[in-house]
Each structure stands twice: as structure tokens, then as C-alpha cells.
Design a protein around this ligand. Structure first.
Ligand SMILES: CC(=O)SCCNC(=O)CCNC(=O)[C@H](O)C(C)(C)COP(=O)(O)OP(=O)(O)OC[C@H]1O[C@@H](n2cnc3c(N)ncnc32)[C@H](O)[C@@H]1OP(=O)(O)O
Length: 418
């Protein structure tokens, strides 16, 4: 058609490269289009972003066939640490900021960038990759499975009543940002140890959270109010719309002990003059059981909070602790990277012994890497996947044993969006 310029893009025109300092204006412009981000970013926000990632861990694609050589693909990963069932901690490659220009979609650019990153992760012996997904249909083909889930809850402060008597002395107090900066990184680190999937925060991750920059606050939102307990903390915002409507939103709440959880929520459920309060919590959060009326808390949403991709099956199976003895032969399919196989998994005293199965051994359990990744942290039971036809077992007894062994005391929860 006359007047229409084709943007057909042969692969040879697409140049894949690592980021340099000179790419950052383009990176922010490209991601601003994809994620409705402000552009340009103020210097402090730009520094926050750059401090968390090395340029060498950023894969870019440019279309060298167009005169301006535009950036058409961005992807990067953070070097993160994740708690495993049984209190171990492992390195994880945190894939993030993935975007492909709207002019260049469905030409395989995402696949090329991800392949490049997988090659790097495998060369560096990462056992796990993780991500937070913009859509539920993109990442399973690369072996990722949803592994941590969250509930959004809503309640009306003043209405819920705690069952337990209030302590004679207050154990929670409002704190200022300096007190929070001094106390909270350590509290959070203690919280991660007891929660599978929890992500550790380095100073580079804390800096933007603690800065609570006015430029990054949502519209009509107050600055963060902080509640501090010896074993936990919560932060929340109050939103005041131009109409005068007021609501509260818990930004985050981390409690190392049940008592800290109770006392922080005791304050939150009784905040004055806030008609509604929302929070995002792990799916096994016990708040409703601490109230005289369990209906006072409504679950308004459930989200897949974090996706996991096991990159090295034997290393992953050996890294976590298990809740029961087990003897299975796993057949793991990995169409994307071919790193599956047949493995003998025995659990004794909570520890796994993993060996490649002898040729000819009949597997007792079959599943895709994405399914293994989903059950690994304890967020989905093997029997749920079996019921969905996505995990095959040789007998009901094997399935029961798998459920027991992979079960965790707590639902996994990453606690950090990236
Ligand atoms: C971890 C994160 O950062 S999550 C954020 C992801 N980014 C976004 O959502 C921003 C907006 N979207 C985009 O930038 C792009 O549409 C992307 C990155 C999702 C996809 O990029 P593309 O270059 O178009 O993907 P590409 O052509 O490589 O497709 C790879 C495969 O994924 C599939 N796919 C791509 N996008 C989608 C989608 N939105 N839903 C379902 N499948 C998808 C393709 O069909 C293709 O499948 P196949 O290779 O198995 O046949």
C-alpha cells in the first residue's frame, strides 16, 4: 500500500548487545513506553535503578536496519538471594524490565534475549531464575512456573476486633524514617529466614524503599507512616482523593514472630477515620483467625507474586529441605533448554540424595520443569497439578508422599517486587 512503511525485520538486522552507559536514555525511554513509567526519570530515581543492576547483566536489541538504530528490546537481571524451604539461601537471577518495542513485537526478540540470558545463567551456574510476570501466558514456555502467591485483603478499621487482650504496655510505636532505616533491614533479614521464596534486600534495594521519594508516590498518597515493633514493622499510606474520600493501604508488613504480627495488626485494624484499609499478604496470613469476626477481612484478589525457573534440577532438589521421607524417580521435561532428565530422588532426615537414574529405570513421577518449579517452594501441591493432568504418578501413594515431602510450614512469599 502506498505511503505505508513496512517494519518487517529480518533477524540479521537485529543486533544483540550488552548495555553501556550510553544506552541508558534509550533503555528508560523504551521501558517507559512499555510500563507507563515517567520519562525522563529524575536523577535520584535513575541512580536507584542503575545501582541495582550491572550494565553487563543487561541484554539489548537494536534494529540496525533503521536509520536511527533504535533500541527495540530490553531485558536485564538482578543478582538476588532467595530463601529456600528449610532455611537455606540461594542465589537467583531475577529477570526484570523485559520489554520489546510495540513496532517490533512477535518477531522473536524476547526469545532471543531470554536465550542469551539463560546461556549466561547456565555458564555462571545459577540454580534458579525468578521473575514477576506482567501476564500469565508468556513465561511457562521458558520453564518458569508461578511459585509464590499473595492475597489482597480489605477491611474496615474500627470494625475488626482482635480476640486477644491488648498488652498492658504498648509494644508498637510510630517511628520516623531514621529509626526505620536503622531497624528495618535487620528485621527484614530475620523475616526472610523463616519464609520460603523470601528475597533478601541489599542496601541498594533498601535505598529507594526507605527514601519514599515524593516523586514516586502514587497520586493522592501520603508519605509512608511507619509502625515499629521489636520483631516486625509495617508501613502504610493514606490516600485522600480530591472528592475527600479517604482510604489506607498497607505498603508492607513483615513480622518475625506471631506476637509482632498480632500487635502490628492490632494498630492497623484500629486506625482512626480511615474507612477502608487494604494490604497484600501471604496466602496463609493468620489475621482472620485473630479476629472475633472472620468476615471482617475480605480477600479481594489473589495474584501470582513470583515465578521460579529451576535451571539445574539436581542442584535445586539437593538445596532445599523436605518435610517427609521420599523415594521417587523423577522424569523432568525441559523443552526450552534440554536440561531435564531422569533423576532418582531419595529424602532421608529432610535431606535429598539426587542421582541420575540408571538407563532403563522406569520413572514414577513425570512433569515439566515449570511444574517442578511451581511445587518447589511449597506454593502449589503436587496433587493439584496431578488433578490438572500436568503431573503423572505411578500410584496414589507416590502422590501422597510427594505432597508431604514438598510441603512447607509456611506458604512461600517473596515480599519484594522487582
Ligand atoms: C519479567 C518481566 O519483565 S515481565 C514484563 C514483560 N513485558 C511486558 O509485558 C511489556 C509489554 N510487552 C512486551 O514488551 C512484549 O510483548 C513481550 C516482551 C511480552 C514479548 O516480546 P516479543 O518480542 O513480542 O516476544 P517473542 O516474539 O520473542 O515471543 C516469544 C514467545 O512468546 C510468545 N508471546 C509473546 N508475548 C506474549 C504474550 N503477551 N502472551 C502470550 N504469549 C506471548 C510468542 O507467541 C512466542 O511464542 P513461541 O516462541 O513459543 O512461538
Amino acid at each position: 500500500m502506498e505511503g505505508v512503511t513496512s517494519v518487517s525485520t529480518p533477524k540479521s538486522r537485529l543486533s544483540l548487545q550488552r548495555a553501556t552507559d550510553a544506552d541508558w536514555d534509550d533503555i528508560i525511554t523504551t521501558d517507559a513506553r512499555a510500563f507507563a513509567m515517567r520519562n525522563p526519570l529524575p536523577d535520584d530515581e535513575r541512580a536507584d535503578l542503575r545501582n541495582k543492576v550491572a550494565d553487563d547483566d543487561i541484554v539489548l536489541v537494536r534494529d540496525t536496519g533503521l536509520s536511527s538504530n533504535p533500541l527495540v528490546g530490553v531485558s536485564m537481571f538482578y543478582r538476588m538471594s532467595m530463601s529456600l524451604p528449610g532455611a537455606g539461601v540461594a542465589d537467583a537471577a531475577g529477570l526484570s524490565w523485559v520489554s520489546v518495542a510495540s513496532t517490533h513485537r512477535r518477531r522473536g526478540i524476547l526469545r532471543r534475549m531470554i536465550t542469551e540470558l539463560f546461556e549466561q545463567w547456565e555458564a555462571e551456574d545459577f540454580t534458579f531464575a525468578i521473575l514477576t510476570a506482567s501476564e500469565g501466558t508468556i513465561y511457562e514456555r521458558f520453564g518458569f512456573g508461578p511459585a509464590c502467591f499473595s492475597h489482597t485483603i480489605a477491611l474496615t478499621p474500627g470494625n475488626p476486633v482482635m480476640r486477644s487482650a491488648q498488652p498492658s504496655e504498648a509494644t508498637v510505636r510510630f517511628a520516623n524514617p531514621d529509626e526505620i532505616a536503622a531497624a528495618v533491614p535487620d528485621l527484614h533479614a530475620r523475616w526472610t529466614l523463616g519464609t520460603p521464596g523470601a528475597l533478601t534486600r541489599t542496601p541498594e534495594w533498601w535505598a529507594p524503599i526507605l527514601a519514599d521519594r515524593p516523586s514516586e508516590r502514587p497520586l493522592s498518597a501520603s508519605g509512608l507512616h511507619y509502625l515499629l515493633h521489636d520483631d516486625g514493622y509495617a508501613s502504610y499510606r493514606i490516600y485522600k482523593a480530591p472528592s475527600g474520600d479517604v482510604r489506607g493501604e498497607v505498603n508492607e508488613i513483615f513480622a518475625v514472630t506471631d506476637d509482632a504480627h498480632t500487635e502490628l495488626w492490632r494498630v492497623l485494624v484500629s486506625l482512626d477515620l480511615i474507612p477502608s484499609l487494604t494490604a497484600t499478604v501471604p496466602v496463609d496470613d493468620p489475621l482472620r483467625h485473630k479476629l472475633t469476626n472472620l468476615r471482617a477481612v475480605t480477600v479481594t484478589g489473589r495474584r501470582d507474586e513470583m515465578w521460579l525457573r529451576i535451571l539445574d534440577v539436581p542442584a535445586a532438589l539437593s538445596a532445599r529441605k523436605y518435610a517427609a521421607e521420599l523415594d521417587v524417580v523423577l522424569d523432568i521435561a525441559d523443552e526450552f533448554r534440554g536440561r531435564g532428565g531422569v533423576f532418582k530422588l531419595s529424602v532421608r532426615g529432610g535431606d535429598a540424595i539426587v542421582t541420575p537414574a540408571e538407563p532403563g529405570t522406569t520413572p514414577t513421577v513425570r512433569m515439566d520443569t515449570s511444574v517442578l518449579s511451581s511445587i518447589y517452594l511449597g506454593g502449589i501441591k503436587p496433587s493439584e497439578f496431578a488433578a490438572a493432568g500436568r503431573l503423572d504418578v505411578d500410584s496414589p501413594a507416590t502422590l501422597r508422599a510427594l505432597d508431604l515431602a514438598f510441603g512447607t510450614d509456611r506458604a512461600p512469599f517473596s515480599g519484594t517486587f522487582f
